[in-house]
Design a binder for this molecule. Structure first.
Ligand code: IVH
Length: 673
């Protein structure tokens, strides 16, 4: 065997071998991955792949565009390139009932000046994964990108190449250039195996299959992505004249995986029946993957064109959200967690139960009031609900099943971590000891978290480990870790490479904004928005630290409670020392000058948005904020305007009671203009 490796094949022979091996390896891989039917032992596959790779190294010009060696992943990169989508990647508006679907179709019919609804529709399962766009030129996969904000995504080509459901070369007849869209997802079993493995390795688990898919597609190191069980369903061909039902067939012919459970409909009655069937399928976990709804699309390409879209969702397609899945289980134990502000949160430990494919073992109980309201007790049989990625919720206790000796849940009178006496207020129980180790650890985690300094690659487990060893006590200690490299290298599971990665992530976090730093400090009542508000009023981080509560309370949007909390925080000696250390570490936040906002045509005005609107709320909110307005969640006397869409409920009633001005979308437009 070894002698043959020495003899390089001639180019002529190499050409033949490259074709043969590529073809063989691809068909073996298809049988293995798509049909779960291995045709040859792994060793033969590996050997052939090695041989092909060797030839390709000697004769790079012979490498075929669909070579299986392209699927193994490339080395880590710094960041992803941004990609502007030629055709924006829209999102879908949601309906929750047949009646709402009916209205959606009526609106579409009216738009076309016809009263005939519905027209032929396709119905597909709405995969709960990550939307992806793929570009092919002359049938060869060129580039793939995430949806991003719909306008601009990230170039994740290398990672997508590792997914075997994505053809590197199209089959059959295809346009010269074509863009395909679809969903990257992970099957439920593979998701469970992945999390099991992560758990064994002491790493952070993925919350749900969608996060696992998204997290792995956005990995900078595609050789890791290559090892992940990612799958892809194609569901759209962009800018070609195919009807949707035709497009789905074409996609299969071109070599894509297409979810085969799609159907065609042309009347609401049969849709209603089918929706019930899909609900059962989902509830009984009959699919190997998770789907959170159905997508109805107007089949005709011509009608789609006529219908067009509103702001950022098409008039020709809609998502039908299926109801959350509810299951029965039992509470085995109720424990109490201490958060970073000392607040105690009860957590129910459940007998593991499969809720629509995801094993649920815990549910947060928020606070004592909620427990009392539902009278939740240890040992109770309860209904739990999981909707999408939301943390499962206990909806109801089956009191008939309650054990005879059960007693109502009581909060502990001392902190479970530091044993300090708990202080109980209206609805909150708090450990008042700011030196409580549980709080300190949570504060560190918060500082490093995504919305704050975003120290990527420093997982919760390592923070806990470093905290327990005394390597990190305060946030500023993160920036000293580089002086403890030897100690880090001694830890099991931390090699040279991971330590380098960790330290460079920490260094990188030094350039985070002042708002993130302020939020990251975890001051009571200072969330992301308030942090921004405070800085936009104070002008800089250090200026803010000097303000007393009388000054802070004059800031727009800052009430007495926040003002107190902030000024008290910065007046503490240990905080002053910590801030100095952070500044000495060279955080850019200290140099940032924040533009003090004043003016803006809507400055000083507070808006509340409610009901169904033609534009996504987030977009309206951003627009209002850019004009100087504040957007708040609840209606009060301070609210200047309520923007009310269709089906507005309690907020509208309250606004009427309080005499708050109510605007429709068009009234808002004229107000702005
Ligand atoms: S069609 C304009 N089809 O749902 C067409 N989307 O809220 C938009 N999705 O971003 C997409 N399965 O991530 C379509 N069969 C399917 C889908 C699907 C899942 C996701 C996709 C999209 C989101 C829209």
């Amino acid at each position: 065997m070894s002698t043959s490796a020495k003899k390089e094949p001639s180019k002529e022979v190499a050409l033949k071998l490259v074709h043969e091996l590529t073809q063989k390896l691809n068909s073996w891989a298809d049988a293995y991955y798509a049909e779960d039917n291995p045709l040859v032992p792994d060793s033969i596959y590996d050997e052939s792949l090695k041989k092909l790779r060797e030839i390709e190294i000697d004769y790079p010009e012979l490498k075929l565009p669909n070579s299986p060696t392209l699927r193994v992943g490339a080395k880590a990169r710094e960041q992803f390139q941004k990609v502007a989508h030629k055709v924006p990647m829209l999102s879908l508006s949601n309906v929750f009932s047949i009646a709402e679907l009916g209205s959606f179709l009526d609106r579409a019919a009216r738009h076309m000046g016809s009263s005939e609804a519905p027209f032929p529709l396709t119905c597909e399962e709405k995969m709960d994964g990550l939307a992806i766009s793929l570009h092919y030129k002359k049938g060869i996969f060129q580039r793939g990108a995430t949806r991003g904000d719909g306008e601009t995504g990230e170039d994740v080509t290398e990672n997508l190449r590792t997914i075997r459901d994505i053809p590197l070369k199209l089959e059959g007849h295809y346009p010269d250039e074509v863009e395909i869209r679809g969903e990257v997802y992970i099957e439920l079993k593979a998701f469970a195996r992945l999390n099991e493995k992560l758990q064994k390795e002491g790493k952070k688990l993925f919350a749900n299959p969608r996060n696992a898919a998204a997290g792995n597609i956005r990995r900078l190191d595609s050789s890791i992505t290559a090892k992940m069980p990612l799958r892809f369903f194609a569901y759209q061909i962009v800018s070609t004249p195919f009807d949707q039902s035709e497009a789905l067939k074409k996609l299969s012919q071109w070599g894509f995986q297409v979810n085969s459970h799609w159907k065609s409909f042309s009347d609401l009655h049969s849709i209603e029946k089918a929706v019930k069937e899909y609900e059962e399928i989902r509830k009984n976990s009959k699919r190997p993957y998770e789907f959170d709804g159905l997508v109805f699309k107007v089949d005709s390409h011509k009608l789609q064109q006529e219908l067009g879209f509103v702001t950022n969702s098409p008039r020709w397609a809609v998502a039908y959200k299926l109801p959350a899945i509810e299951m029965l289980t039992q509470i085995e134990k109720i424990s109490v967690q201490v958060g970073r502000t000392g607040a105690l949160t009860p957590v129910a430990h459940l007998k593991p139960v499969n809720v629509g494919g995801v094993i649920v073992q815990r549910a947060t109980l928020h606070n004592l009031d909620q427990i009392r309201a539902k009278d939740i007790r240890c040992g109770d049989t309860v209904w739990i609900r999981r909707a999408g990625d939301v943390i499962p919720e206990i909806i109801k206790v089956v009191t008939e099943e309650r054990p005879a000796n059960s007693t109502p849940f009581e909060m502990p009178s001392t902190c479970p971590e530091c044993h300090e006496k708990i202080i109980a207020t209206k609805s909150q129980h708090k450990c008042p000891n700011t030196l409580c180790p549980a709080q300190a650890l949570e504060r560190l985690r918060h500082f490093a978290s995504r919305g704050a300094m975003d120290i990527v690659g420093l997982g919760d487990e390592w923070i806990e480990e470093f905290f327990n060893n005394g390597l990190i006590k305060n946030p500023s200690d993160f920036y000293q870790l580089k002086n403890h490299k030897e100690e880090l290298l001694q830890k099991e599971g931390l090699g040279e490479k991971s330590v380098e990665k960790m330290l460079s992530a920490i260094e990188k976090s030094k350039s985070q904004s002042a708002a993130r730093l302020l939020f990251g400090l975890g001051i009571n009542h200072v969330g992301e928005r308030i942090a921004q508000d405070l800085l936009q009023n104070a002008g800089s981080f250090l200026d803010l630290t000097q303000k007393n509560s009388e000054e802070l309370v004059t800031y727009s949007g800052i009430g007495p409670e926040i003002a107190q909390s902030v000024s008290q925080y910065f007046s503490k000696n240990e905080v002053k020392k910590e801030i100095q250390k952070l500044q000495d570490s060279g955080l850019l936040a200290f140099k940032e000058k924040i533009e003090i906002i004043s003016g803006g045509p809507l400055s000083g005005k507070t808006f509340v948005i409610t009901g169904t609107l033609s534009t996504e709320r987030g977009i309206i909110k951003k627009r209002l904020e850019s004009l100087g307005a504040k957007v708040s969640d609840s209606v009060s006397k301070k609210t200047s305007y309520l923007l009310a869409g269709e089906n507005a409920g309690s907020k509208l009633t309250k606004a009427r009671e309080l005499g708050v001005k109510i605007l429709s979308e068009s009234e808002l437009e004229s107000l702005i203009s």
